[in-house]
Write a protein that binds this ligand. Structure first.
Ligand SMILES: *[C@@H]1O[C@H](CO)[C@@H](O)[C@H](O)[C@H]1NC(C)=O
Ligand SMILES: *[C@@H]1O[C@H](CO)[C@@H](O)[C@H](O)[C@H]1NC(C)=O
Ligand SMILES: *[C@@H]1O[C@H](CO)[C@@H](O)[C@H](O)[C@H]1NC(C)=O
Ligand SMILES: *[C@@H]1O[C@H](CO)[C@@H](O)[C@H](O)[C@H]1NC(C)=O
Ligand SMILES: *[C@@H]1O[C@H](CO)[C@@H](O)[C@H](O)[C@H]1NC(C)=O
Ligand SMILES: *[C@@H]1O[C@H](CO)[C@@H](O)[C@H](O)[C@H]1NC(C)=O
Ligand SMILES: [Ca+2]
Ligand SMILES: [Ca+2]
Length: 606
């Protein structure tokens, strides 16, 4: 991290000064302890390097007009919640005009607001109010595909010369066994199941859709498409957006037929017998995912954003990239060895993909250090615990781990990302097959298997209070059912309760203002199979230590093994089910933590 390097330089020059002074006074002070070093020089960091970033799922956040669907006016009415929670920036899942086949990830007009969410005036008001509250606002940028209801697609289908090659179109292959049949150009499988190719009668060609049939893949080999992307970004930046979350990047570009004797190459078969040809997992997506060419597109976006920043001044606008990929391919989003710079950071999904309720303390430490180890020099780390595509954090882990997980998020270096509801420990809602609306569940599943794929449980409405629909909406029926646990688990209650997830969340976000957290060193190690420590330290500033028993039973550890921790130390915040509380003092080095218990200690400077 840049900050650490700066601190290092400061230490160096202080040491030289100390040497001169020490020489003069050596005789006098020979028997005394060395003078304490002065505080390190603290260089202010750009806002995005240490922010708390909160993901809003607009459809489920707050409904202002009683139609059962969240909207921009609803978000505007609750912007103070973010200030109250200690959040610095929000990013919103897509709010653009859409037939809502994939709830906004199928955009039909990239330059307008979806009518159910409000108007352009509402968006402008949202931006203005958010900015006046000191909040940054990021939009979701969906570059891989457009809705088949979009003007671009309709013109492309009609072979309008400008749009003709805007999407990936290909001729059918002949069926060697049946002259009157046609076959798709390759065996590629869509993320939502079925062939990634859809036949179009008008053009007598197939088009590519890596996601739903209604989400047509742009052709990034056409320079006009990349120009269109710049145009879209510039439009929203000119409105005042502070940047973008970039959606689904691993799927941006596919193998070029020009490199494969003029045809789209088949992906190799995985050989996994549980999958049929139409199912995701049947193939290994070497020609459809993580292609090296996609990174050049991302690097061009970064150049574009940097240039925009340069031309317009003001606070830095940023791009954060989304993609599930292995660590090598993920780190390339930061930039490459040739000096190209990419996203400000790629979202780190390791807590979603590599850790769960079964993970032990060693797994946690290993997975956290993996990111920090592979991250290129100067990179800013980030930590994600949930989003609209995955089961909620307390459901994937355990309910008693909520505060510990929020504490790791807030105490690790870099950016802390919160998905709507994590600040109050919201769990998955139950959504029956009849109520299921997620296209992934509908396409890939049936009444017996839909729950394996459905993203609806992580998208149920936010729990504001214990009145009708959890205060989300006055409608008789909300677009997804409100989870049944809202009377007990809601924001209003947690604000009133003496001890709650939300109060812990507030305490943790407030702690991030400490220089130790924004600028300090980190050290993370297991103390046992189940408990690990995370120490944050910065010379002359208080030291903070997180102790977290991720196991489902009591665990005793020896605090003498925690570096930089001098006992007694005061508990800054404790998980809600702990028998200990903020303000209590820990003096005994033998500490027994209950299942899921997490403590943040404040200790004297190193
Ligand atoms: C979009 O695709 C769906 C599913 O194939 C189809 O029903 C609909 O008519 C298409 N819309 C347009 C404008 O082509
Ligand atoms: C050949 O393909 C056509 C069109 O898909 C289909 O209707 C027909 O049943 C096929 N014939 C055989 C023998 O499979
Ligand atoms: C990640 O994936 C890429 C491309 O699919 C592959 O070349 C590389 O070996 C993988 N790296 C790791 C660490 O798995
Ligand atoms: C719950 O929240 C809604 C929306 O903010 C509000 O109208 C309602 O009065 C609240 N109910 C209670 C009991 O606080
Ligand atoms: C809600 O249901 C009640 C009773 O069925 C009905 O009177 C009312 O009109 C409904 N409200 C809306 C907004 O649909
Ligand atoms: C609803 O919440 C309010 C405020 O949080 C509380 O005073 C009240 O007792 C709760 N009512 C029920 C039925 O839980
Ligand atoms: Ca509404
Ligand atoms: Ca694509």
């Amino acid at each position: 991290m840049k900050a650490l390097k700066v601190v290092g330089i400061a230490v160096g020059s202080v040491a030289i000064l100390g040497l001169v002074a020490g020489f003069i006074t050596w005789a006098v002070l020979a028997n005394r302890a060395p003078e304490p070093l002065p505080p390190p020089e603290i260089i202010a960091l750009d806002w995005w390097k240490t922010c708390v970033l909160y993901q809003i799922y607009p459809r489920s956040f707050k409904d202002s007009d009683g139609d059962g669907i969240g909207d921009l006016k609803g978000i505007i009415s609750e912007l103070e919640h973010f200030v109250d929670a200690g959040v610095d920036a929000i990013w919103m899942s897509p709010i653009f005009t859409s037939p809502m086949v994939d709830f906004g990830y199928d955009i039909s007009d990239f330059f307008d607001i979806h009518y159910e969410y409000g108007t352009m005036e509402d968006f402008e008001e949202l931006l203005e109010k958010a900015h006046s509250l000191g909040l940054k606002v990021l939009l979701d940028f969906v570059p891989n595909h457009a809705s088949n209801e979009s003007e671009y697609y309709i013109k492309s289908e009609a072979r309008d010369p400008f749009y003709e090659d805007f999407f990936v179109w290909a001729d059918a292959l002949p069926d060697p066994n049946n002259a009157s049949n046609r076959l798709p150009p390759s065996n590629w499988v869509s993320q939502f199941g079925g062939s990634a190719w859809e036949w179009n009668e008008a053009r007598q060609q197939y088009y590519l859709h890596q996601f739903a049939i209604q989400q047509v893949d742009f052709n990034f080999r056409n320079p006009a498409v990349q120009e269109k992307m710049f145009e879209i970004m510039r439009f929203w930046l000119d409105k005042g957006a502070d940047g973008f979350r970039l959606d689904a990047l691993p799927y941006l570009i596919e193998a070029n037929p020009a490199d494969h004797e003029g045809r789209y190459p088949d992906d190799p078969l995985s050989g996994l017998i549980q999958f049929e040809p139409h199912q995701l997992g049947y193939t290994i997506p070497i020609y459809t995912k993580d292609l090296i060419e996609l990174y050049d597109i991302v690097y061009e976006w970064r150049e574009f954003i940097d240039q925009y920043n340069e031309e317009h001044g003001g606070d830095t606008r940023v791009i954060f990239s989304e993609g599930y990929a292995n660590v090598t391919m993920t780190m390339l989003y930061y930039g490459n060895e040739d000096g190209a710079i990419g996203a400000h950071f790629p979202f780190n999904f390791d807590f979603i993909t590599d850790l769960n309720s079964e993970s032990n303390a060693r797994d946690f430490v290993y997975i956290i250090l993996r990111w920090l180890t592979y991250m290129p020099y100067g990179g800013i780390p980030n930590w994600v615990f949930g989003n609209h595509d995955n089961n909620r954090m307390p459901t994937r882990f355990r309910k008693d781990m909520v505060d510990g997980l929020n504490a790791i998020n807030m105490l690790l270096p870099g950016v802390a990302v919160t998905y709507q509801g994590e600040e109050i420990g919201m769990r998955d809602g139950y959504v029956s097959w009849e109520d299921t609306v997620d296209i992934e569940a509908c396409n890939r599943g049936d009444p017996d298997t839909y729950h394996l794929y459905s993203r609806d449980p992580a998208r149920t409405p936010y729990h504001w209070n214990n009145s009708t629909n959890a205060g989300f909406s006055t409608a008789n029926r909300t677009w997804l059912p409100v989870a049944e646990d809202y009377p007990e688990l809601n924001l209003a209650k947690q604000k009133e309760d003496r001890i709650s997830h939300f109060k812990n969340y507030q305490a943790l976000t407030a702690l991030r203002k400490e220089k130790t957290l924004s600028h300090g060193e980190y050290d993370i190690r297991p103390l046992s199979d189940w408990t690990f420590y995370l120490v944050r330290s910065l010379r002359t500033y208080d030291t903070f230590v997180l102790l977290f028993n991720v196991g489902d039973r009591e665990n005793t550890v020896d605090l003498n093994r925690v570096p930089h921790l001098t006992l007694p130390a005061t508990i800054y915040v404790a998980s809600i089910h702990s028998t200990r509380e903020g303000g209590h003092v820990i003096s005994n080095s033998q500490l027994t933590l209950s299942a899921g218990e997490a403590l943040v200690l404040r200790a004297v400077p190193i």
